[in-house]
Write a protein that binds this ligand. Structure first.
Ligand SMILES: [Zn+2]
Length: 151
């Protein structure tokens, strides 16, 4: 975002007032030099108004860009929050389980621990991976090729 000061909109009425005063001066002028001077002043006021208008438009474009950027950030954060909430709900259905060799694996919270076991290493990466039988009485993870655990 630019560091420009906000446009002083309060200056615009006085500029318009200046234009009106200039027009009144033209109507009351008695010589060409005075008319020429007030026309020059009028042109100067018009240029200042045009510059203010341009500055306002540039500021409006900057604000529009900021708004779009903030909306995109907001959408991204909402998606992250939704994904986090979804994982928290999924995670709540599992519980850690210590195998006979002391390793930690995961199991369904409300099921027989020997029915299905899940890899703790993958669980920490938000992946639910069934441990597969290997050597007799052992299971291992096909996803991360983790070590085999003795059930
Ligand atoms: Zn794994």
């Amino acid at each position: 975002m630019g560091s420009k000061l906000p446009i002083e909109m309060s200056q615009i009425p006085s500029l318009v007032g200046g234009v009106l005063q200039t027009l009144a001066n033209i109507l009351n002028a008695k010589d060409f030099a005075t008319v020429q001077m007030v026309i020059t002043n009028l042109q100067q006021s018009i240029y200042e108004l045009q510059a203010k208008n341009l500055e306002s438009q540039e500021k409006a474009v900057e604000l529009q860009k900021d708004l779009l950027r903030l909306q995109a950030e907001n959408d991204q954060l909402k998606r992250k929050i939704d994904a986090h909430d979804e994982w928290e709900q999924t995670k709540a259905r599992y519980a850690p389980h210590r195998t006979s060799d002391g390793s930690i694996v995961y199991r369904l919270a409300h099921a027989d621990p020997l029915k299905q076991l899940f890899c703790a290493r993958c669980f920490s990466k938000r992946l639910i991976v069934n441990l597969q039988p290997g050597a007799p009485g052992c299971v291992g993870c096909p996803e991360c090729n983790g070590p085999y655990f003795k059930i």
